[in-house]
Ligand binder design. Structure first.
Ligand SMILES: Nc1nc2c(ncn2[C@@H]2O[C@H](COP(=O)(O)OP(=O)(O)OP(=O)(O)O)[C@@H](O)[C@H]2O)c(=O)[nH]1
Ligand SMILES: [Mg+2]
Length: 340
């Protein structure tokens, strides 16, 4: 899963990127990539029980996207390409200083996405007209342009599955799930986001969270033992990393499942609603095809049982087929046959 930090220059993208990934990228405006390890207390507990050689948390790939050169400049080809490649667009807004105008930036940036989508849709319509092809995508594209011309992003357009599929190859940017990250001053970090911004984001089909990139950077520098006190002194109960990741998971409807054993205890990420065979394919692509069944025990049931043996004995561990819908917190063991 890849999340991209987008936004105008000096909004704090690179500061946040560095704080979340632990990397130290400079201020040059180019694409940076890093990974955030997803903290999960359930994984820690499983690791304490199995004492594996290796414990592997789930990861979110974070991209620090080059922004438009300046306000008013449109997004350049490189920036557009980088935006196309992310699953979630996290729009960072400068709100940590009095000169920040997060609401205007939100509206302006979203308008950039709309303009870029409108150009793509119109280009295609033009092509279809030249080819005298009024079938195909024409009906969907006409709906899309009407919506975009009204100034609204495609996030707010209701589409049927068929429409969604027909238009998927365009990779419309204003259709991408968007999280608005309001980079607020240190003194605001523990306060709920202003109603005005929350409402503005919702109207664009986006979710919004406040955080302070500066606070997050300071936390990342502290030894783990000192972090809780520092957070408490600011009125925070958890680091922004946790809030950010939870919001991205919710936005992309992602859930976690686990695999356990003496060698490795590991957390994996899949989409809510994904079936067991798909989950197996995450672990190893061959496993999706050779899948026979999965032994499943939910994390909570496993903890109640205390160990695998008792989980089996008390019927908490079950056998499921390839169409079983994996639940957040399931511990899976895939039984595979010979690859077909
Ligand atoms: N006080 C304060 N300053 C911040 C915060 N976040 C970023 N800054 C400062 O704002 C300036 C710009 O931050 P960057 O992280 O480089 O911004 P950017 O969005 O990556 O900018 P570009 O790479 O030019 O697009 C730097 O001087 C940061 O130190 C914050 O949360 N609080
Ligand atoms: Mg930067």
């Amino acid at each position: 899963m890849r999340a991209g930090l987008a936004g105008y220059s000096r909004s704090g993208k690179t500061s946040l990127f560095n704080a979340l990934t632990g990397l130290r990228r400079g201020p040059e405006a180019k694409l940076h990539l890093g990974a955030i390890k997803v903290p999960d207390p359930r994984l820690d507990r499983l690791s304490a029980i199995f004492k594996p050689k290796k414990t592997t948390p789930a990861e979110v790939v974070l991209a620090d996207l080059p922004g438009p050169r300046s306000k008013g400049a449109s997004l350049e080809a490189e920036a557009l390409q980088a935006l196309r490649e992310v699953d979630a667009l996290c729009l960072v807004l400068r709100a940590f200083e009095a000169d920040g105008e997060p609401r205007r930036d939100l509206r302006d940036y979203d308008a950039e996405l709309i303009v870029s989508d409108l150009a793509a849709a119109e280009k295609r319509i033009h092509r279809l007209r030249q080819e005298r092809n009024s079938g195909g995508e024409m009906a969907e594209l006409t709906r899309v342009t009407t919506h975009l011309e009204s100034g609204a992003p495609l996030r707010t357009l209701t589409m049927s599955d068929a429409e969604e599929t027909a238009l998927a190859h365009f990779g419309f940017l204003s259709r991408k799930p968007m999280l608005v990250v309001v980079n607020v001053a240190e003194t605001e970090a523990a306060k709920p986001l202003s109603l005005e911004l929350t409402v503005a984001a919702r109207a664009l089909g986006a979710e919004a969270i406040p955080l302070s990139a500066e606070v997050e950077a300071e936390i990342a520098e502290l030894p783990a033992a000192e972090q809780p006190d520092y957070l408490a002194s600011l009125g925070l109960s958890e680091p922004a990393r946790a809030v950010f990741l939870r919001a991205v998971y919710a936005l992309l409807k992602q859930i976690s499942f686990f695999t356990v054993g003496e060698d490795e205890v590991r957390a994996w990420t899949i989409r809510r609603g994904d079936r067991a065979a798909r989950a197996a394919g995450k672990i190893h692509s061959d496993l999706e095809k050779s899948f026979v069944r999965a032994e499943v025990v939910h994390y909570d049931d496993f903890i109640i049982a205390g160990n695998e043996h008792r989980a089996r004995e008390t019927g908490r561990l079950r056998l499921e087929g390839k169409d079983y819908v994996v639940q957040d917190g399931d511990i899976l063991q895939i039984r595979a046959g010979r690859a077909k």
